[in-house]
Design a binder for this molecule. Structure first.
Ligand code: NAD
Length: 393
């Protein structure tokens, strides 16, 4: 009898797992809460109105090509490891082998009022929410001239926060022209607790990024901590308050809490510990990847990035296939090919294979990385179909 393989989540790791399982001629069920796969690394573009949000998605059933691949749209509620059953909102799914790649949730660090009073960039729905919220604030300003409608606070200057700020800076002049509002009235503040923005790039590139964003009109406020949030008001350390119509939190992520609830061994960010084969240290029938996996390389945990999630997918699929057929599993090795941060549609900073890139070249490098992913996921057809939509050519 065929083994029952269940893949939870159709993000970067889950989708690459599914397409590799097809190549391995393994039947499986892929379960996801949306009918589409979306490009998490481009959500800031969708939020900033660069393209229509659905341009950043691909229907999951268009990516699955075999009749033995089954897709179920449902939301995971819990995992019963003893019974080998995943409980979902609309029913239960049993498994012999489980691959968990159900991503992350925002990390609020217990900051009072943050969850209730801020927007987050988590998925297509929340990107659309940010976009329509900012447009609504601009329209409200026309009614009452209250400057708070034109103040946008982005909390956190990691990659998510900075890429979002870069995108908003491209969009704001268009919004101002559309609503006939002087650009000088808009106040975009990025608030970061640490002494500098973008800790993942070199100091020199951080300065380049800061200069470019500041020149375009952002206020980058480092060494400033958000301590609590009320509706329309952020409270900073030093008793300062900032009233803003739009408050967006990009202060960090943690793994889907389903893993902690299922009793896996987790790190402080809720990621479940895996061995060198990406197999749970607690359960040999469970493999874990992407932002859900606590995988250590040279004694250090890999960061939760799309790059590593994409690399983990084929290894997850191949190791489950090997385990089923009594073959030896292969250890996973993360290859850090670099980090790129876009600063709007044309500029970017980062490094590729250790080579620093900035400005237009940095922006171009980011576009190339998008095409590469599309190619890996869906071959030439997807790369050609989607490139025109999601790549700024
Ligand atoms: P992050 O944890 O990398 O950055 C969050 C930032 O918020 C930090 O700089 C932190 O100091 C700051 N912060 C936290 N609490 C704060 C407070 N109370 N007040 C002010 N600032 C505060 O989170 P992220 O940017 O969402 O990234 C999450 C993961 O996703 C990372 O591993 C990142 O590398 C990855 N990512 C990669 C890309 C890319 O490759 N282009 C894009 C987005 C995210």
């Amino acid at each position: 009898m065929m083994a029952n393989i269940l893949v939870l989540g159709a993000g970067y790791a889950g989708m690459m797992t599914a397409t590799t399982l097809e190549r391995n001629n393994e039947a499986f069920t892929l379960l996801n809460n949306h009918p589409y796969h979306y490009f998490t690394t481009l959500l800031h573009e969708a939020a900033g109105g660069r393209r229509e949000p659905m341009d950043y998605t691909v229907r999951i059933t268009d990516l699955l090509r075999k009749s033995t691949s089954k897709f179920v749209q449902d939301e995971v509620v819990s995992i019963d490891r003893e019974k080998r059953v995943v409980r979902c909102k609309s029913g239960d799914q049993s498994y012999d082998y489980l691959i968990v790649t159900i991503g992350w949730i925002p990390e609020y660090f217990g900051i009072p009022g943050m969850k209730e009073n801020s927007l987050v960039l988590r998925n297509i729905d929340t990107a659309m929410e940010i976009r329509s919220h900012i447009e609504r604030e601009f329209r409200e300003y026309l009614k009452d001239n209250d400057e708070r409608h034109l103040r946008i606070v982005v909390g956190g200057a990691g990659l998510t926060g900075i890429e979002l700020v870069g995108e908003l800076l491209d969009w704001i002049p268009k919004l101002c022209a559309q609503y006939d509002i002087p650009q000088s009235q808009v106040d975009l503040q990025n608030i970061e607790a640490m002494p500098s923005i973008l800790p993942v790039v070199s100091e020199q590139l951080r300065e380049v990024a800061a200069r470019q964003l500041t020149e375009k009109g952002a206020r980058l406020r480092t060494n400033t901590k958000l301590v609590s949030v009320d509706p329309g008001v952020v409270h900073l350390d030093g008793d300062e308050t900032v009233e803003a119509g739009t408050i967006i939190w990009t202060g960090g992520v943690r793994a889907n809490p389903v893993l902690t609830d299922a009793g896996f061994t987790v790190d402080r960010r809720g990621r479940a510990k895996v061995n060198e084969f990406l197999q749970s240290v607690d359960d040999s029938h469970v493999f874990i990847g992407g932002d859900c996996a606590w995988f250590e390389e040279d004694g250090r945990p890999l960061p939760p990035t799309a790059q590593f999630a994409t690399q983990m997918g084929p290894v997850l699929a191949n190791n489950v296939t090997s385990l089923i057929h009594g073959q030896p599993m292969q250890p996973f090795q993360g290859h850090n090919l670099g980090t790129l941060a876009s600063l709007g549609s044309e500029l970017g900073v980062g490094n590729m294979m250790g080579v620093p890139v900035q400005g237009v070249i940095g922006g171009l490098a980011k576009e190339v990385s998008k095409i590469k992913y599309l190619w890996q996921l869906g071959g030439v057809r997807l790369a050609v179909d989607k490139t025109a939509e999601v790549v700024h050519l």
